[in-house]
Ligand binder design. Structure first.
Ligand code: NAD
Length: 392
């Protein structure tokens, strides 16, 4: 028999894109944690970590979205969860405050002001809880020449706010001292943003959640490298039929995601795959295929050679569920971000590379083993800096 949670929230997730496929799955997970926690706890990597953050179930969510539809209509539209699952948490779901997102045509300074007022209102509602921003906005084009914005003031005044709406959320949060988890593939960690975060000791975790195909790519590439098996080529295909998949059909929106999915292989292996052909033999394709909905499928064809250069080949077929894989990671990352910030970490933390396709920060761990070790080291540093009281 499960015991419903009665603890007041100690973690407050502020979610940009709260009515999207991941956002609504996360909302259902938060509601389920209050009533039937075992449905979710088994899928968390942080359930046994960071006891100073309180019980894993002591979590609340609020957020923003552009769509004004009710959350239950959004859940039905995404079709991620069977109705029999999410309907039992309907009361909890309706209690989640979701604000109207600022309009893209507003100057960025006004957007930031509006978002900060919403953030402060949420903090007032849950005064005990540690807030964290989770960015789940759609994949978007990156800003051209991000280095030209030397200061945040210049960025706010000059950047085209319509291109990367994520920036207003991130700047609003960092300015209020709220840590940021960037689950989207969008490059919000511009030099000026990183400088501000480092100065204010606000944690930045990102970018691009490593949920399915790329997670297994890191595992397999690390295993092949450890055995000295040479990777001659790697072909990856994804089909998905959710809103993210449709959005990624626009090449401008897909370029960040594709480069995040592609670059890491050569880095893990230490040589360019396809070097003997004079061009990359690591190919990644994403295709929108409506019948699949959120139940994404991915295939990998991996060509390897052993001694005497003799060829062998490996096939991987992942029949995944995008948002079911992503939502628990967003919860885990929220806990990591507040734990790290509470322990005095600020700016981008590359050692969270286990969770991301493109870890931001210096010297990110590359292989699967290095990424697990980096997490253990981070956890040890947090424990060493924080006593039982949860204070440094
Ligand atoms: N699912 C995965 O496995 C996975 C893995 C890595 C990264 N991601 C990324 O996570 C992000 C979210 O994925 P998703 O499947 O939930 O996408 P989605 O398209 O279903 O959700 C995005 C939500 O953001 C809302 N939105 C758009 N502009 C907004 C704005 N300016 N302010 C507030 N809300 C706004 C949309 O209305 C929508 O509800 C995407 O960038 C995706 O590429 C997903």
């Amino acid at each position: 028999m499960e015991t419903p949670s009665e603890a007041p929230p100690e973690l407050l997730m502020l979610v940009a894109g709260a009515k999207g496929a991941i956002g609504t799955t996360l909302a259902t997970a938060v509601a389920a944690l209050q009533e039937r926690p075992q449905l979710v706890l088994s899928g968390l990597t942080t359930a046994g970590r960071f006891s100073f953050l309180g019980d894993c179930t002591a979590v609340a969510m609020a957020g923003w979205d552009r769509t004004g539809e009710a959350i239950d209509a959004a859940i039905l539209r995404h079709g991620v969860l069977p109705e029999g699952v999410w309907r039992s948490f309907e009361t909890g779901l309706r209690e989640i405050p979701i604000f109207q997102a600022p309009h893209a045509s507003q100057p960025m300074a006004d957007q930031i002001r509006q978002l900060q007022a919403d953030m402060q209102q949420c903090r007032g509602r849950y005064p005990q809880a540690r807030p964290v921003l989770i960015n789940l906005l759609p994949a978007a084009c990156n800003l051209a020449d991000p280095h030209r914005y030397e200061t945040v003031d210049q960025l706010v005044a000059e950047a085209d706010q319509g291109i990367l709406p994520d920036l207003a959320y991130v700047l609003a949060a960092v300015d209020l001292g709220i840590p940021v988890v960037n689950f989207s593939p969008n490059t919000v960690e511009l030099p000026a943003v990183c400088r501000l975060a480092a100065d204010k000791r606000v944690l930045l975790a990102g970018r691009d959640g490593k949920t399915g195909q790329t997670y297994f790519k890191v595992v397999l590439a690390s295993a092949l490298k450890a055995r000295g098996l040479y990777v001659d080529g790697w072909y990856s295909l994804n089909i998905l039929g959710n809103a993210d998949g449709l959005n990624l059909m626009n090449p401008d929106n897909a370029c960040g995601k594709l480069s995040n999915k592609t670059n890491l292989l050569d880095d893990i292996l230490g040589y360019p795959v396809g070097e003997r052909y004079g061009r990359s033999a690591h190919k990644v394709h994403i295709d929108y295929y409506p019948p699949r909905g959120d139940a994404k499928e991915a295939w990998d064809v991996i060509d390897i050679t052993g001694i005497f250069g003799l060829p062998m080949s490996l096939r991987l077929n992942l029949q995944g569920r995008d948002s079911i894989l992503a939502a628990p990671m967003a919860l885990d990352l929220a806990r990591w971000a507040v734990a790290l910030q509470s322990a005095g970490f600020g700016g981008p933390v590359a050692d969270l590379g286990f969770y991301f396709k493109k870890p931001v920060g210096e010297k990110a761990p590359l292989t699967f083993e290095e990424q697990l070790t980096a997490l253990e080291n981070l956890e040890a540093q947090i424990s060493a800096r924080i006593g039982e009281s949860g204070k440094i």
